[in-house]
Design a protein around this ligand. Structure first.
Ligand code: GDP
Ligand code: MG
Length: 720
């Protein structure tokens, strides 16, 4: 083996490949014609050992080189169910050809690429002969071969087998691949993150428990086991020996999880995903001047992914989603409750109001305990849980759209745009889950959704800008401040905040990509899996997982932060007054640790309009933004102390002389943009693999937030 570009033959996982070219392809794609052109008169006909499938061998001459060529039986697939398929597959596995030339019928590209995708799965060096290009052209089909080559990661040569067009070029490329001057190792095939994760897991189990023959890729075997391929299972059984049971159990569990998620057979899912890869590749590199027959998904996609209608439909879908989320979570009372009706949000708020009333008698008998429970539990945790219905419906619709296949189309439509800003189409899911629709989401599942991104750099950038989106935790802050200072223009303000979050996120992505996380972006296939009616079970599972993360955060991190924050605001207690009266709550707060800290920051924060009390709330928000409103409420409630929160926080702030719309706006922007909450930071550290990026995220977003808040506040002062 001399090919230097192939991975080092000394490493155990890498097989030593034979200097043979195998020709694969669908029946009637023109394999034999090309084979005859390549080999001239040098062919021999025989049978494959042991089976009566005809077998042609010949030799390609290039200069004084002679390279053996084998014509494999024509197949549409590489499952083990027909003799031809098994022969072709076993030849590739057992004979280890240094190169497979896949003869693809260009006039029937999508269907033919299905086989190409399976060859890619086998990680065999591959060259695509785009045959029948004359037929394709005569039917008005144009194929961008350079783009196809980039997407699949392998050389693509247009040929006409019957007339010998492109054959010399094909020979040149093949020899270049054998010499290692041209790369032909295909891109990894992706099956959507649910299946991808199972493949990675199962491949690990296989690698651990089998004496892996170097002809096999663990990931390929994993795919085959998930497809329940009997021949591959037999091979694994041989290699695993006594440990086969472990592999088999892991495979069965993975199959069960996938089937439970999609409600369909894994073999069908994987086949569908392959068609998705083929369909995506075709849509990205083929243009038609004449419309030909198309199936339903194709016909829908022609509308949904269209240049003009696509974005219009997208906006429509987002608007519908907004409408339903708000109606179902808050505006419509549709849950039966004590003979009447209540909205889900109303229900949660009712529960916490009851709790607060229950605690009220303790206000005077146990002031400290009452203060702790009321601030940390009722206001803090209760305030957060009030947003659970909104988040639940948000995630429910997103999960349904995801499973239907529509989010893949959204990614497709927005890919070009997002690439200009240093992300990619698939970033959209992460941004939407993080709150990109402006109706509440959560950056924690959002950052986990970046796992679907192909490239580390794009993934990192997406992770770093996702927290700018308007997550559910920021909604209470906006709600209170808008109600207090912009009551007449709620919708406009929400739209403005939504637009600003996107503007900052895109600008930050662009800047990060230019100056911090630099590197070329490479194109890849964006799969367009067929449309599906979402399976309720899978959708609910996904929704529940994401919502539960949010609830769990309220019960743990946020509760803990609220308790700590409460202690900071409660202790140390102020000294007795000389006249013997109890100190007012305002004096107590000013005397507390939080009060001192807030004052210490005031000289700087004042530039952006924040006084020491706001500082206390914002400091709490470093831990979790859900805390900001609760803390603000506590700060002002403690300050006024007329025996309860008679006026809601919004009214109270509106009445404060040193609050103004300008200050409220600066504060909303600061809350939108400053450091992600603690949970998000921890997830960034885990998902990026380094605390460095988590620290970076904290610093750069706080800096951006302060600069923008300051600019807005000061500009507002100039304008008046
Ligand atoms: P195989 O089944 O893949 O071996 O395909 P063949 O090589 O037997 O070709 C099937 C038919 O397609 C034959 O009639 C060929 O002459 C014809 N054919 C092969 N390649 C081309 C091509 O590039 N253009 C056109 N127009 N016809 C071709
Ligand atoms: Mg043939």
């Amino acid at each position: 083996m001399t090919a230097s570009h192939l991975p080092d033959a000394g490493s155990p996982a890498v097989p030593v490949r034979k200097q043979v070219i195998a020709i694969a392809g669908n029946p009637n794609a023109g394999k034999t014609s090309l084979f005859n052109r390549l080999t001239g008169a040098s062919q021999q006909v025989g049978n494959y050992p042991g089976v009566t499938v005809e077998h042609k061998e010949g030799v390609v001459r290039h200069g004084d080189r002679r390279i053996p060529v084998v014509d494999l039986p024509g197949t549409y697939s590489l499952t083990a169910y027909s003799l031809e398929e098994r022969v072709a597959r076993d030849f590739i596995i057992d004979e280890q050809p240094a190169l497979v030339v896949d003869v693809v019928d260009a006039s029937n590209l999508e269907r033919n690429l299905y086989l190409a995708v399976q060859l890619m799965e086998m990680r065999v060096p591959l060259v695509i002969a785009l045959n029948m290009i004359d037929v394709a052209e005569s039917r008005g089909i144009r194929i961008d071969t350079a783009r196809l080559s980039l997407l699949l990661g392998v050389p693509v040569v247009a040929t006409v087998g019957s007339r010998g067009r492109g054959v010399d070029e094909l020979v040149d490329i093949c020899t270049a691949v054998l010499d290692g001057t041209v790369n032909a190792l295909p891109q990894t095939v992706h099956y959507g993150h649910v299946v991808d994760e199972e493949i990675t897991g199962l491949a690990g189990v296989i690698a651990e428990n089998t004496l892996l023959d170097r002809r096999f890729e663990p990931a390929w075997l994993a795919v085959k086991l998930l497809e329940k391929d009997p021949a591959a299972a037999g091979r694994v059984r041989l290699m695993a020996g006594v440990r086969y049971g472990l592999v088999d159990t892991a495979a069965a569990a993975a199959v069960l999880r996938i089937e439970r998620h999609y409600g369909e057979d894994t073999a069908t899912i994987i086949a569908e995903r392959r068609y998705g890869v083929a369909a995506g590749a075709v849509r990205q590199c083929m243009s038609r001047t004449v419309q030909s027959r198309m199936d339903l998904t194709d016909r829908i996609d022609n509308v949904v992914c269209g240049r003009i209608l696509g974005p219009v439909i997208l906006v429509g879908v987002v608007a519908a989603l907004f409408f339903w989320v708000f109606k179902l979570s808050d505006e419509w009372a549709w849950l039966p409750w004590f003979g009447g009706w209540v909205s889900p949000t109303g229900l949660v708020n009712w529960i916490f109001a009851q709790l607060s009333a229950l605690l009220a008698p303790a206000r005077h008998s146990m002031p400290m305990l009452h203060s702790l429970f009321d601030a940390a539990l009722v206001r803090g945790v209760g305030g957060v849980l009030g947003f659970v219905p909104l988040i639940f419906f948000m995630f429910l619709f997103i999960a349904a759209l995801e499973d239907s296949g529509y989010i893949a189309r959204v990614a497709f439509i927005l890919d070009r745009l997002l690439r200009m800003f240093g992300m990619q189409g698939n970033s959209i899911l992460a941004l939407i889950v993080s709150g990109g629709l402006g109706a509440g989401g959560c950056a924690v599942p959002g950052i986990m959704a970046t796992r679907t991104l192909r490239e580390e750099k794009d993934r990192l950038v997406t992770m770093l800008v996702a927290p700018f989106m308007n997550c559910g935790a920021k909604m209470p802050v906006y709600a209170v401040l808008i109600a207090a200072f912009f009551p007449a223009s709620r919708t406009e303000m929400m739209l403005l905040l939504w637009a600003i979050s996107w503007f900052v996120a895109l600008a930050a992505a662009w800047t990060l990509r230019r100056f911090v996380i630099r590197g070329e972006q490479t194109p890849f296939v964006m799969e367009l899996p067929p449309y599906h009616v979402p399976v309720l079970r899978g959708v609910l599972l996904h929704t529940w997982e994401r919502t539960w993360l949010y609830i769990k955060k309220a019960g743990t991190v946020i509760l803990a932060v609220n308790i700590v924050l409460w202690a900071f605001m409660y202790f140390p207690r102020p000294p007795e007054r000389p006249d013997g009266k109890a100190p007012t709550a305002a004096e107590a707060l000013a005397h507390s640790m939080a009060g001192r800290f807030g004052r210490a920051l005031e000289p700087v924060s004042e530039l952006a309009g924040f006084d020491w009390r706001t500082n206390i709330a914002l400091l709490g928000g470093f831990a979790a933004k859900e805390v900001v409103v609760g803390a603000l409420g506590t700060v002002y409630a403690m300050d006024i102390e007329k025996g309860g929160d008679s006026a809601p926080l919004a009214a109270r702030l509106a009445a404060e002389p040193d609050w103004s719309p300008r200050r409220a706006f600066a504060m909303m922007l600061f809350v939108m943009l400053y450091a992600p909450c603690m949970t998000t930071i921890a997830v960034i550290a885990r998902e990026s693999g380094s605390w460095k990026w988590a620290a970076f995220a904290t610093l750069y977003s706080t800096t951006i937030a302060f600069v923008i808040a300051l600019a807005v506040y000061q500009a507002g002062r100039l304008v008046g």
